[in-house]
Design a protein around this ligand. Sequence first.
Ligand SMILES: *Cc1c(COP(=O)(O)O)cnc(C)c1O
Length: 515
Amino acid sequence: MLNRPEHPLEARDSFHGARTFTSNRGLELEEPLIFEIGRPETTGVDLDEPEPFESRLGVLERHSPIGLPGLSEPEAVRHYVRLSQKNYSIDAGLYPLGSCTMKHNPRLNEAMARLPGFADIHPLQPQSTVPGALELIGEVARWLMTLTGMPAIAMSPKAGAHGEACGMMAIKSAIAAKGEASTRKIVLVPESAHGTNPASATLIGFDVRPVPAGPDGRVDLQAFRALLGPEVAAIMLTNPNTCGLFESDIVEIADAMHAVGAYFYCDGANFNAIVGKARPGDLGVDAMHINLHKTFSTPHGGGGPGAGPVVLSRRLAPFAPAPFLRQEEGGLRLVEHTRDDSQSFGRMTAFHGQMGMFVRALSYMASHGADGLRQASEDAVLSANYIRASLNDLMSQPFGDAPCMHEVLFDDAWLKPTGLTTLDFAKAMIDEGYHPMTIYFPLVAHGAMLIEPTESESKASLDLFIATLRDLAQAALRGETERFIGAPIHAPRRRLDETRAARNPVLKWTKPAPK
Ligand SMILES: *Cc1c(COP(=O)(O)O)cnc(C)c1O
């Protein structure tokens, strides 16, 4: 007789725990490193043996074979297709990574970006041959200045963090122009900030002072005021902040900064929550980067591409970097070198920016229209609040239960009695086929779980996600710890030692000794 396990999970475990002969599971195929499958003597192409020749490399001549793995064409194709299938993406399923705005990237954008007139231009081509590209950059700039209510823009920064550096350099130049370079050194950064904010401020030569959060998850206004003084250069504030909350005192904060002669840098990574609803220019912002790859949809993650244009207030506009576009008689001209008497802080990048991303952003903006962009923001906020209202009876929120913006933040207080951690819960989501939410960020919440569904998900998709999280949460509260400890159970790899991987990375393959 079969020895039937009592619990269906045990059945799953004992079955899935069993190793198959190939280590494949169903159609989930194991894939070794390319060095492990390739053989130096194999090649996918027919090459003639080279005639004997005299090396001209002198001492640089290689005396041992280079050892590159050789694969036949089908082997190479299978290797990379299998790897690509291991890559979770927004095209595969819901991707609730808070603060990252993993929304659908319309295919229209991709078609536009591949138009040869945009895709094939070379950054060193004479300007006279690319008037259309310059016009497109100018049009993206116009949309961004309109949506933010700001009078100037630097288009060249290549990521959000790069935009932060750009904005802080403009602020540093403005301070130097007032003769205060040696005295104004402090940048205030709220505790909930993204790590790039203090890093950018430090990189540009400022000293960072943290601003505590109040019990409502927003800047503690009293503590903030206590930090103000003539040595304060700027504040770097994210709005909506990384707790998914709108900083409702933003105008007061901006006014207080300006009153002490300091500047207001706004981290605009969360712009997706307010596009078409609020204009940062009306809120007293002096500089703000916009992550085009987040808000205006370019496939991102895994290192790029990114684009982080920075809008600037009238006070900071004179310090904007080159290159920039100038309207001249014959049309737009890209100004690459600033005059000696200019106040510009200099050249930000070699070329003008990420052309492909500008095309995608304009395609996204123009196809949505002003009303469509506003609708996207409203839907993103609605989706996050739907998730919040559907889970808040089970999962705890660090700053009480109040409406959120585009993302909802839970903490681990509700997990305390179970002995499980945020990490256990997130890893168990992988077994259910969901990419986990952002965890342990922002740092102001204990065991943070930050969920950003974006406007891309249908109600059915949100309902299934919510039902899954409820099922997991109830299992955790019932004490079914086996579903969590050591999860993921069904993924191709079990739980990895991420700390060891980060501290002790093995970056080079070494050939195993022959057995
Ligand atoms: C994503 C993000 C950044 C950094 O943007 P990158 O384009 O990844 O450099 C900065 N701040 C916040 C709040 C973010 O979410």
